[in-house]
Design a protein around this ligand. Structure first.
Ligand SMILES: Cc1cc2nc3c(=O)[nH]c(=O)nc-3n(C[C@H](O)[C@H](O)[C@H](O)COP(=O)(O)O)c2cc1C
Length: 194
């Protein structure tokens, strides 16, 4: 196997959910580095018919706190607040992923026979962008976990992003306090049929 392929596979295998974070960046990483990485991923992750509906922002500092405070306040009871409290206090920031809905509508109008396929494809491509970003951030030494407090996050962002951007997920990142534990796998062989 080419060394570059093995490097790619190692990055995929090393991407894990890491909840125990501290709100710092590794010494050699700036938020602009994270921005450049996410920018490249949003640009190069493919979309159906090159429709390019993926969007993302990075929130840190006061905006990060504001978003997670809104999530915390939207949840009744104490138990459900634990994860968003840890996201607010232990993550340095998060990448918020969106789908730009006017793009989907335009492609549905232009290609009516495939109208039902565009929202499905949009869901696939945002997932690809999210996991590409998650993997890339962990190659930079960051720890990440993926969250889906989409309605509360959307409400908290208000007009910071266009109305047509719907929220798909939040990739919380920070410095690793406790690495991910061991993961178990099912037996799931890829067979070749000739
Ligand atoms: C599509 C998707 C959605 C997920 N949603 C959440 C989530 O809402 N909250 C959360 O804490 N983890 C979430 N996770 C993390 C998974 O639970 C985690 O990836 C899985 O248990 C495998 O562990 P690993 O990430 O360490 O490989 C999500 C992961 C994926 C791929």
């Amino acid at each position: 196997m080419p060394a570059t392929t093995q490097t790619y596979l190692n990055a995929i295998a090393n991407r894990r959910t890491i909840y125990d974070l501290t709100p710092k960046l590794p010494q050699n990483v700036s938020v602009e580095d994270i921005q450049a990485v996410v920018q490249a991923i949003i640009k190069n992750t493919p979309t159906a018919l090159n429709s390019q509906e993926n969007r993302a922002i990075i929130v840190t500092g006061k905006t990060h706190k504001k978003v997670w405070d809104a999530v915390i306040n939207s949840i009744p009871g104490e138990n459900g607040k634990k994860r968003p409290i840890s996201a607010r206090d232990e993550a340095y920031g998060c990448v918020i992923f969106f789908t730009e809905q006017n793009t989907i509508k335009k492609f549905q109008q232009d290609f009516p026979a495939a109208a039902d396929a565009f929202p499905v494809a949009a869901s696939h491509t945002t997932g690809a962008a999210q996991i590409n970003s998650w993997t890339a951030l962990e190659t930079m030494g960051l720890g990440c976990h993926l969250q889906h407090y989409n309605d509360a996050v959307r409400a908290a962002l208000g007009n910071l992003v266009p109305e047509s951007w719907t929220v798909n997920s939040q990739l919380c990142f920070g410095s690793i306090v406790i690495p991910a534990g061991e993961k178990t796998f099912i037996d799931n062989p890829i067979k070749i049929y000739n």
